[in-house]
Design a binder for this molecule. Sequence first.
Ligand code: SF4
Length: 163
Amino acid sequence: MLGKLKLATASLAGCFGCHMSFLDIDERILELVDVVEFDRTPLTDIKTVGECDVGLIEGGVANEENVEVLRDFRRHCKVLVALGACAVNGGIPAMRNQFELEDCLRESYVDGIGVANPGIPNDPEIPLLLNKVHPIHEVVKIDYFLPGCPPSADTFWTFLTEL
Ligand code: SF4
């Protein structure tokens, strides 16, 4: 008998909506765990990715930590999948690309309506933002694209069961 498919997932600059849609496969997840073993994913809370068959990436690439996580997934996953509009084309996070990063930060933390205690955070623990948000295929090679905001639960189901 073949071993279980090893599956890892990550959310970069996304809203976790794609992951929530994945969970909308509902009780079919019981069928899935018969053939799939979860590695790093918000569902398991495992923080490092091991050798995997499939990696699903939600969200665009907005900061240096996103770049590291994405490259790590590419190194460890045989098949890497862009999950949802933000991963496929930058989506909602990439709406900031029409402005300078400095202007976005000033609007969010200094000049915006309702800002209390103005000041742009600069704690070294906070990952540095990239000047622009990138779709993930601009950073690493991607094997498959599942568009949608989010892709439907049936899309997840069909894709994973076909694999
Ligand atoms: Fe959220 Fe839509 Fe982006 Fe998925 S594609 S992370 S649901 S905004």
